[in-house]
Design a protein around this ligand. Structure first.
Ligand code: MLC
Ligand code: AMP
Length: 504
């Protein structure tokens, strides 16, 4: 039989010698979870998954808070060969419904508090099993787990088999499930672990990101596990928790908002960072101003990298070489990147076009969307990222904008179309256009420009109220303006650039 390429074996690797005392997750208020416990604990959850009939290739959708148990469930799903699909915890039941319909999971796992509501939704959608994850409460997936045998097996998977599907919104307003394989995730983890010179067994990662996205789940946790690092595992980001844990950490990964909020706090200083080896930023552009202020305050140059759900990490500033503010560095080893115009012609150095990438990290396509997937790849197999960039003669890449209509707010992606569709359904709205405007805290914020029907009295409050329960809070407009008519070009297309210029 061919080699078992299940990512679980690279992450947990029972054959690797680890001190029985080496802590994996150090979650405030909890007994530390040790690396040596992972085989045993995931083995028990694996038994429970098998008892529920979860087989290799089955989808497991989860909408659960960040916890040690959530990580164990992720690892157990890999081990069982199931496809792990985490959802943003801010999604409303209305949004969750779409994902359950699309992914058709064998098992859905949610919070105890939403078990009744989401359980009945899932039952209506013919999801065979819904369980909750928590100490108590109905439908607890882990109830009586200690009595179950550890299942010693690790499902046989090849590099091309799917490990996870991460949903990313689309320009059409419909979310697309990016299919990520065991090979995609392993190659990216190995590359980052090496490129960022992970200090095996001694690095301590400060982890305050959510674990339903590439950044917190794959980049952060995989690097830590490849390096057998302890993870200071913060359930919910706050500046106070970072300040408390920084002196006991060596690496931190964060979205730019983490760094601007730290800098806004006057007690944040170089002394708190005395044990830190590396600060990494990504998921949204890091302003050069933030980079420079961080150097001035701490002496540390934040290392900016660039990636996306479909590819994991694509580029990084070098660990040893120059970390240049405003640039995302070089294509990672094994990743090929080029800049092309809208017709697909490869551009010369320093010209602006769309970044295209190819490599073992790049996903195979969108779940159940073969046509959409084909559109986003070139004939020679490069993925078209939709990010506008330049590349200089040394291969250094700078992201200068986006050709896709996307807002990135505090590291969360928001597609205007989805919000416009909801707003346009509100009584009294003739049409709307949603744009991103600069925001000191979130980088960009959602602004809705609305045209009301003639003789209709509409207010921003009415619109916001109508969106409650329909859209996750982070997608809802931070401000709403009313105008008489949307600016359009001769083809009738709404001129978003003009709206952005008018409403900065
Ligand atoms: C929270 N809120 C947001 C928001 N986060 N609004 C807009 N944008 C955001 N990002 C809103 C809430 O709905 C709420 O609204 C209010 O702000 C307070 O909520 P909170 O939960 O207390 O917010 P806070 O903890 O301060 O969260 C901010 C944050 C968080 C920056 C810590 O957004 C975050 O963790 N972002 C990281 C996202 C991430 O991991 N992205 C990686 C994607 S992977 P109200 O109205 O109720 O007050 C990717 C690839 C790559 O992009 O390259 O990495
Ligand atoms: P997501 O779809 O959530 O994975 O977000 C991916 C998008 O985030 C990319 O296509 C970029 O537009 C953006 N992004 C990620 N990292 C950076 C960065 N360092 N600088 C600028 N944009 C970034």
């Amino acid at each position: 039989m061919s080699l078992n390429e299940n990512l679980y074996l690279s992450l947990v690797n029972p054959a690797q010698t680890v001190s029985s005392e080496q802590v994996f997750l150090n979650s405030p208020g909890r007994t530390p979870l040790l690396y040596s416990q992972l085989e045993h604990l995931t083995g028990k959850i694996h038994s429970r998954l098998l008892a529920l009939g979860v087989s290799p290739g089955d989808r497991v959708v989860v909408q659960i808070q960040k916890s040690n148990e959530a990580v164990l469930l992720y690892l157990a799903c890999l081990r069982a060969g199931a496809i792990y699909i985490p959802l943003n915890t801010a999604y409303t039941p209305n949004e969750v419904k779409y994902f359950l319909q699309d992914a058709a999971p064998k098992l859905f796992v949610c919070e105890p508090a939403s078990y009744l509501e989401l359980g009945s939704l899932a039952t209506d959608l013919q999801v065979p099993f819904t369980k909750s994850l928590g100490d108590s409460g109905q439908g607890n997936l882990l109830k009586g787990i200690e009595l179950l045998p550890d299942n010693p097996d690790v499902a046989h998977r090849s590099n091309d088999d799917l490990a996870s599907i991460l949903y990313t919104s689309g320009t059409t307003g419909r979310s697309k499930g990016a299919m990520l394989s065991h090979g995609n995730l392993r190659s990216n983890a190995q590359t980052l672990h090496d490129y960022w010179q992970w200090q095996d067994g001694t690095d301590v990662l400060l982890h305050a990101l959510p674990i339903f996205h590439v950044h917190g789940l794959f980049v952060a946790l995989h690097c830590a596990m490849f390096g057998r690092s302890t993870v200071n595992f913060i359930q919910k980001f706050s500046v106070d928790s970072l300040i408390q844990h920084l002196p006991h950490s060596t690496v931190m990964m964060g979205v730019p908002t983490f760094y601007t909020r730290l800098l806004d706090n006057l007690s944040f200083n170089a002394q708190l960072c005395k044990n830190m080896r590396l600060f990494i930023a990504g998921s949204a552009p890091l302003l050069a101003e933030t980079h420079d202020q961080f150097v001035a305050r701490t002496g540390h140059k934040i290392l900016e990298r660039y990636g996306m759900t479909e590819c994991g990490m694509i580029t990084s500033n070098p660990y040893d070489g120059k970390r240049i503010a405003g640039s995302v560095g070089f294509a990672l080893p094994g990743v090929s990147a080029r800049v092309a115009d809208s017709e697909g012609n490869i551009l010369a150095d320093n010209e602006t076009g769309v970044l295209e990438v190819k490599g073992p990290n790049v996903f195979s396509g969108y779940w159940k969307m073969p046509e959409k997937s084909a559109e986003e790849f070139t004939d020679d197999g490069y993925f078209i990222t939709g990010d506008l960039s330049t590349m200089d003669s040394t291969g250094r890449i700078t992201i200068v904008g986006r050709s896709k209509d996307l807002i990135i707010s505090g590291g969360f992606n928001i597609y205007p179309k989805e919000i416009e569709t909801e707003i346009d359904q509100i009584e009294g709205v003739k049409e709307s256009a949603v744009i991103g405007v600069p925001h000191a805290d979130f980088g960009e914020a959602v602004l809705a420009v609305v045209v009301a029907e003639a003789n209709c009295e509409l207010s921003g409050d009415v619109i916001l109220e109508s969106l409650q329960g329909r859209l996750a809070k982070f997608k809802q407009p931070k401000s709403i303006v009313f105008i008489d008519e949307l600016p359009r070009n001769v083809m009738g297309k709404v001129q978003k650039a003009q709206l952005r210029a008018n409403h900065q």
